[in-house]
Design a protein. Structure first.
Length: 360
């Protein structure tokens, strides 16, 4: 090691131009990534953090030791990884290049984030990360520096990824518990025309219905989702609704079997009103049947004669008559009763997993 002094400044600690142990052991994640990619490409680097003893700096009056980001092993080539965030002081980077060059070292800088070149071997790119193309250019630049070939600035344009086509929006929107229809579920569906329908899966998914004003939703067609776990409904609904034309989404009847809940000679005298829907569990109603003095589970009686009875499909759906009473009002005699839905289901109403035992 030279013992040359500059005024009252002592000699350098190490031989000028020699690789020494750095006191800075920190390595950023980006530097580590570049190291790993270069080593994978066959570039041999000093392990860990190493530094270079530089010559006397008159401006600072000392013998600086510089720690480049990476140092090649077996060649006087240093690699610096510069980002637009950390390398705003261009003059400082140029000064480091000069100090290293004065002791025989060539600096290759990877200038990320749109930074311009500072030396003839630099690699520039708008990318903020060392892409495959960027690393390939850096390996070439290092090769030129090792061989002592004249440098050339290599610019790697940032890859422009083609915009992804947005996934087509599903025509089936929200499927959620209905706020006002007991045991019903909202079903949002968009027609080919773009109109959004608010349909209802009635009675835990037994059938599909359309809202008609303020009355209960009207029957469109059977769904038979009641025996299927709720999380599997979307697939079944999507397949079914996709097969329907726009004209098929109108309600066709008040109930799945038609417009009548009661049949018989005096069925029109039974007042259930439009808000009744067969997915509920009970419903208070009245009747104005002359002479009706009792009721069975399914019919109103005038003596021993049936005056009106529940539609057979309503009976299969589990509906019965309960809490019958003949009363007098200011308009005369009438009947009060309750429609009660039991757990017994028959026919295609017997498929529900929620409503009790199945009855064939």
């Amino acid at each position: 090691m030279s013992s040359t002094r500059h005024g009252n400044v002592a000699s350098p600690k190490y031989e000028v131009g020699k690789v020494v142990q750095s006191r800075n052991f920190e390595m950023s994640k980006l530097e580590l990534t570049v190291r790993q990619k270069l080593e994978a490409a066959g570039v041999v680097l000093h392990k860990g953090r190493s530094a270079v003893q530089c010559d006397f700096d008159p401006a600072r009056g000392n013998w600086p030791i510089i720690t480049p980001d990476l140092l090649l092993k077996g060649a006087k080539v240093a690699i610096e990884v510069d980002t637009a965030f950390t390398h705003t002081n261009v003059e400082n980077d140029r000064f480091r290049n000069k100090l290293l060059a004065d002791v025989g070292w060539t600096t290759v800088r990877l200038r990320l984030g749109g930074l311009g070149p500072l030396g003839e071997h630099d690699v520039t790119t708008e990318s903020d990360t060392p892409t495959v193309a960027v690393v390939a250019a850096l390996v070439e630049a290092v090769g030129d520096a090792i061989a002592g070939r004249p440098g050339q600035v290599r610019h790697v344009p940032k890859a422009i990824r083609p915009a992804r086509e947005p996934a087509p929006k599903s025509r089936l929107g929200a499927v959620a518990a209905h706020q006002y229809v007991e045991n019903g579920h909202y079903v949002s569906w968009t027609l080919e025309s773009g109109e959004v329908l608010r349909l209802v899966a009635m009675d835990r998914g037994h059938y599909l219905a359309a809202q008609h004003g303020h009355d209960a939703p009207w029957f469109i067609k059977r769904l038979s989702l009641d025996g299927i776990p709720r999380k599997q409904w979307r697939g079944q609904l999507l397949e079914l609704l996709s097969s329907m034309g726009d004209s098929e989404f109108h309600g066709v009847s008040r109930y799945p079997w038609g417009d009548e809940l009661f049949v018989g000679e005096h069925a029109s005298a039974v007042n259930v009103y439009g808000k009744f829907q067969i997915g509920c569990t009970s419903w208070d109603a009245t009747a104005n049947i002359d002479g009706a003095d009792s009721a069975t589970a399914t019919a109103f009686m005038v003596g021993s004669e049936i005056a009106a009875e529940l539609h057979p499909e309503a009976q299969d759906a589990g509906w019965t008559i309960g809490n019958f009473s003949a009363v007098s009002g200011y308009r005369g005699e009438y009947q009060r009763f309750e429609l009660v839905r039991g757990s017994i289901r028959r026919g295609h109403w017997a498929t529900s997993v929620d409503d009790g035992p199945e009855v064939g």
